[in-house]
Design a protein. Structure first.
Length: 85
């Protein structure tokens, strides 16, 4: 979604957009409002927090990351699976 179209309603409820990118590759940040194959509440409970230079970073548990990549079925995610497993 283009950043200029960002509204609270578009972010939370847009029927087509569920990934918002800020910046340009390779330093872009993607914010995803949903992830195929995962239930938010369960994934949140299993997430891990890492700290780096005083900044806490919450990440998916590796098992949930693998599950999401399988569910996406995109070639680049399937390639990731070969390297992450």
């Amino acid at each position: 979604m283009p950043v200029f179209d960002m509204t609270e309603t578009n972010f939370l409820f847009h029927p087509e957009w569920n990934v918002f990118s800020y910046g340009k590759s390779p330093v872009a940040i993607d914010i995803m409002t949903e992830v195929k194959g995962l239930d938010f509440d369960q994934a949140f409970l299993q997430s891990k927090i890492y700290e780096d230079a005083g900044l806490q970073i919450r990440t998916l548990h590796k098992n949930d990351l693998l599950k999401a990549k399988r569910a996406s079925n995109r070639s680049k995610d399937l390639d990731d699976l070969e390297n992450l497993s």
